[in-house]
Ligand binder design. Structure first.
Ligand code: LMR
Ligand code: MG
Length: 520
């Protein structure tokens, strides 16, 4: 007997039954700050425990451990779980159950996907796990698996639109997303472990072609973006990065177009897996699946013709977390929430970030909301690196912004944020080791990040002021003139260093300037 999570989008799903997730954990705001949420993903390739810290909108990875058990290996021949995989998975789950309870993350939610769902000894394994570890395992069906990983994508990008594809060991799911919702979804048998069992190359190709052709009819073509979830897709993304010499080694939000995918697939076949492993550091078990996974991806891209392809590090595990969030929490912006949290935890004057944003905003009047969102993030983060040695603060800032585990941020936005924060501490970026990455931005974006950095550097001189008593910057773009109006009490803070920083801001704007009288 397997158990299925009731699908809350299905009208016939029991409305008072929250399935394995129980009641949403975060309904109580006081509980939210304390909560630690543990999830276990029992996949066909890997078994993984993730403990999310803080029930914030943007999760921090308190703990993350994976074992490549290969439960789905050999399924085609036996119809059963791989015996060695089963032993290893049980051992991993024993450890995970213990860890989760030690970390205060229990009851942990354990979800099993294709291998356990399809193997004839799946139910027996499930019972054994419960008996031996106390874990309750929820075996989800394919559509539910698709929904959970699509929700993971929404956790990172609430505004994501397109098609999510999650590849596991034994299955490949597709789900439509848009307007914050998961739409139609399907589950296919195109997992690399499963395909291996078909034997001949010809049979494998035919299976891939046929299956995907049938899905195109169902899911449509020309999606705005194809989001790739799952370890085997990530490995292909990593190889694409290496091939292109891409400077920012962050897989989440890494973008490719159909031509890149074609080139990388050719590259995989020409280079061979041993050489690729040496170049990228991808593990042996994972790399063994890459050729078959790339065959699936090639066909998917050729037939679906998405305009763009993006890797998502968020998938089923994050989808399980999302499942537990009340709607009002889902609706919040993960980037801003993460920055707010960082400010509260690490800034010297939490709360000043908002005032600083209000102060610098007049310089960016014509910018769209999408840019203002990054300005707000920068202001919230402007002081979180204050404990770093002054000589390295600008570098620490850049590293934090570009490498942080942040959702809701494109790569150019990451670099923009990093560069603005670098200039929060230092006027010059010459000689930093970031030059390659800065090249992701256009010249006007670089100039704008510098203006923002210098404006924050100047505004930070007034952090002792009451937030609504900073005075104001007035910017006249046509005349290229910058004027400062200070309140009476803020004038005392306008010392020599502040004057120099104000002038340096005006210089970045190529503007004339004056320090006007008090705010009327
Ligand atoms: C699986 O089936 O194990 C996947 O979801 C994840 C992986 O490691 O490929
Ligand atoms: Mg999976």
């Amino acid at each position: 007997m397997t158990q299925h999570i009731p699908d809350r989008h299905d009208p016939d799903a029991a409305s008072d039954d929250f399935g394995p997730f129980g009641r949403p954990l975060f309904d109580d705001p006081d509980a939210r700050a304390l909560e630690r949420v543990g999830v276990i993903d029992i996949g066909s390739n890997s078994v993984r425990l993730v403990v999310f810290d803080g029930a914030a909108r943007s999760p921090a990875y308190f703990f993350n451990e994976k074992v490549m058990c290969g439960l789905g290996r050999g399924f085609a021949a036996t119809g059963r779980l791989d015996p060695e995989g089963r032993t290893r998975a049980l051992a991993a789950l024993r450890r995970f159950a213990k860890l989760a309870s030690g970390m205060g993350a229990s009851p942990v939610i354990a979800v099993a996907t294709a291998a356990v769902r399809e193997a004839s000894d799946g139910p027996e394994f499930r019972a054994e796990v419960t008996r031996e570890t106390g874990l309750r395992m929820w075996v989800v069906n394919g559509r539910e698996e698709a929904r959970l990983s699509a929700q993971g994508v929404l956790l990172g990008w609430p505004g994501a639109e397109g098609l999510v594809s999650d590849i596991g060991g034994s299955s490949m799911e597709l789900a439509k997303i848009g307007k914050g919702k998961v739409g139609a979804r399907v589950s296919t048998r195109l997992g690399p472990l499963r395909l291996q069992g078909l034997g001949s190359k010809k049979a494998i190709r035919a299976e891939i072609e046929e299956t995907i052709a049938a899905q195109v009819a169902e899911m449509g073509m020309h999606h705005k973006r194809l989001f790739l979830v799952g370890g085997s897709w990530r490995a292909i993304g990593r190889i694409d990065m290496e091939r292109r010499g891409y400077p920012l080694h962050v897989l989440h939000e890494y973008r490719m177009d159909p031509a890149d995918i074609r080139a990388t697939i050719a590259h995989i076949h020409e280079t061979g897996i041993d050489a690729l492993r040496a170049q990228t550091g991808i593990g042996e078990a994972r790399m063994a699946l890459v050729p078959l996974a790339s065959l699936v991806l090639g066909t998917l891209v050729r037939k679906l013709k998405p305009r763009e392809i993006a890797v998502s590090s968020y998938g089923i595990r994050e989808g399980m977390l999302y499942q537990q969030m009340p709607q009002h929490l889902r609706d919040r912006d993960p980037l801003i929430e993460a920055c707010r949290f960082a400010e509260r935890k690490d800034a010297r004057m939490p709360g000043f970030g908002r005032a600083l944003y209000k102060f610098v905003a007049p310089l960016f009047k014509k910018e769209p909301e999408s840019r203002h969102r990054i300005l707000r993030a920068a202001c919230l983060l402007h002081d979180v690196s204050w404990r770093t040695h002054p000589d390295y603060r600008h570098e620490a800032c850049f590293d934090n912004a570009t490498r942080a585990n942040l959702g809701g941020l494109t790569h150019p936005e990451r670099v923009f944020l990093g560069l603005a924060l670098l200039h929060r501490y230092k006027n010059s970026r010459a000689g930093t080791r970031f030059e390659g990455m800065i090249g992701i931005l256009s010249e006007p974006e670089i100039a704008q990040a510098e203006v923002l950095g210098r404006a924050m550097r100047f505004g930070a001189m007034f952090s002792a002021q009451k937030p609504n008593d900073l005075g104001e910057l007035r910017w006249f773009p046509k005349r290229r003139h910058l004027e400062l109006r200070l309140s009476d009490s803020a004038r005392d803070l306008m010392g020599e260093v502040a004057v120099a920083r104000f002038k340096s801001l005006a210089a970045a704007l190529q503007a004339t300037h004056d320090i006007g009288r008090r705010v009327p």
